[in-house]
Unconditional design. Structure first.
Lengths: 351, 183
């Protein structure tokens, strides 16, 4: 068994990227994710990889696009304002069916906002932040171990579905330290990359592009992308349930907020309140079926987010009219992090 | 078993090292632990704080509104966070730098220790954080003294390992003060 390490969430992401075989990183510094490039700038050159601090976020996402087009595993990371700058490149990657991992250790906005933890990038992440009606895979870790595990998963899912995958976290999960047991890549069967760019010199020329001008070409391409999103929904929804069996109220929360909610739930249980947690791990595909199944027996959902209400829309869509959905959230910023005690007060309102 | 502690002071007092040390000791003991530093634009001389949660089961929230134990290393921390200690909890205060005259909470246990003076007697005021950790562990038993000693190797960079014996003495001095007050 590996030794239990004690590391920051951001470091766990970087360690997992290396374990996943990622040898190319392109990024531009921004708080609170700079531990990721710091770690990789130290480790990648030793492994024969490349670390490039690009001139901008836009340059780094396009470097990721280029690297992925050659078939290698590559990554970029940033925080909210930087992720906004990358959206054009992410749309091009989605259109070009390119894998690649993008990490968003999000901070509060809009605009430059502040450096504090935030979940206000949910819409941008799961609804296709750039133009053209695409989706990317979005994974939301809530512990240091999960930062590691889900980064490994992100690389695999990106390769399997040929689309970008994002790790969406915040400074709570990124900056906190917890025990981590590193482990090898899962033994996942990956499709051959028979699509990587190739010139005419080595046989058939292969082009990676997102431009489709022929009659009907683009429609067919979009239906193909859409089919992948449907397949993701069928096969890759992931979530965690905590104390939901007999729950009369279930909190829906992801990432850092789910962690805070867990302690609130433990406190509520001690007080005899029947409360549970449903934590989406994949934000796209959103675990619709979990919510649909849960609300067959539990009729009250309290959605908690570190924003003014975004995931709640997907919760509502998932359960139709099967349950009442309440909301508690705060716009992010300094001093805005809710505490377990605060969430317990909210739980009491609906129990 | 579940322990949460909020440690605060100003940058340079070793608040984050104290939290890291406790966390490493918990990792050594096979426990679950989260260390959450206040993350802001602070630097030396500014405010520094961290929350450590140690549990046999799930840690849950890495942030706590009303900690069961609060370690207060400077006046600003007491003024700002003293009222947050959970009723029935413990507040360990560095009276070398903190005036507790206006702090009259009868619903918690207050442990007053002149931590800077104790550290200075041992040769270096910078060990104030180790005195605090020693007092905390003696009070709560969150981790064992042996694990703390072991954890110093993980928490301190290699070049500072020569200071481990001095730090162990400071931890022991903090623990002794608490044990004497108990007796």
């Amino acid at each position: 068994m590996s030794k239990r390490l004690f590391v920051k969430g951001n470091e766990a992401v970087a360690m997992a990227a290396i374990e996943a075989g990622c040898r190319y990183y392109f990024g531009y510094p921004i708080t609170p994710q700079s531990d990721i490039p710091e770690y990789l700038s130290r480790e990648l050159p030793r492994l024969g990889g490349e670390f490039i601090q690009a001139e901008s976020e836009i340059a780094s996402i396009n470097m990721l696009l280029g690297a992925s087009a050659t078939g290698v595993r590559a990554m970029t990371s940033s925080s909210s304002p930087g992720i906004s700058l990358k959206q054009e490149g992410i749309s091009y990657m989605a259109g070009s069916e390119l894998p690649g991992v993008i990490v968003n250790i999000s901070r509060s906005g809009p605009g430059l906002g502040g450096i504090d933890a935030s979940q206000a990038d949910y819409f941008q992440a799961v609804k296709g932040g750039g133009h053209g009606g695409y989706h990317i895979i979005v994974l939301a870790p809530s512990s240091v171990q999960e930062m590691y595990d889900l980064t490994l998963l992100a690389f695999d899912l990106a390769d399997i579905y040929r689309m970008p995958a994002m790790i969406l976290a915040d400074s709570v999960v990124g900056q906190m330290k917890e025990a981590l047991v590193p482990h090898g890549r899962p033994d996942t069967l990956l499709p051959a990359k028979d699509w990587v760019v190739r010139g005419k010199g080595d046989g058939e020329q292969r082009v990676v592009k997102s431009l489709y001008l022929g009659d009907g070409e683009l429609e067919a391409h979009n239906w193909k992308l859409h089919a992948k999103y449907r397949e993701l929904k069928e096969k890759e929804e992931r979530w965690e349930e905590f104390e939901t069996e007999d729950a009369e109220l279930v909190i829906a929360a992801f990432g850092s907020t789910a962690r805070i909610a867990k302690t609130a739930i433990m406190m509520a249980r001690e007080a005899g309140l029947k409360v549970g947690l449903l934590r989406p791990i994949t934000l796209f595909p959103f675990p619709e079926r979990a919510f649909a199944a849960l609300t067959q027996r539990c009729k009250r959902i309290l959605d908690v987010e570190l924003n003014t209400g975004q995931m709640i829309e997907d919760v509502r869509l998932s359960i139709a009219r099967d349950a009442d959905v309440f909301f508690y959230g705060r716009p992010p910023g300094a001093g805005s992090l809710p505490t377990p005690e605060e969430l317990l007060e909210q739980i009491r309102k609906y129990c | 078993m579940r322990h949460d502690v909020f440690i605060s002071g100003f940058g340079g007092q070793g608040v984050l090292l104290a939290g890291n040390l406790l966390s490493y000791a918990a990792v050594i003991e096979g426990k679950n632990v989260s260390f959450f530093p206040a993350y802001g634009v602070e630097k030396r001389g500014g405010a520094a704080m961290c929350t450590v949660v140690i549990a046999d089961g799930e840690v849950g929230s890495p942030v706590i509104g009303s900690p069961s134990v609060s370690i207060v290393l400077n006046q600003a921390s007491l003024d700002k966070y003293g009222s947050r200690v959970r009723p029935g909890g413990v507040c360990i205060i560095n009276t070398s730098l903190v005036d507790t005259a206006g702090f009259d909470r009868e619903d918690i246990e207050i442990i007053r220790l002149p931590m800077n003076d104790i550290a200075m007697q041992l040769g270096d005021a910078r060990m104030v954080n180790m005195v605090a950790v020693g007092a905390y562990v003696a009070k709560t038993g969150a981790v064992s003294p042996a694990s703390l000693t072991e954890a110093l190797k993980d928490a301190l960079p290699e070049r500072n390992h020569r200071f481990i014996p001095a730090n162990v003495k400071a931890i022991e001095a903090g623990a002794e003060q608490v044990n004497n007050q108990k007796a």
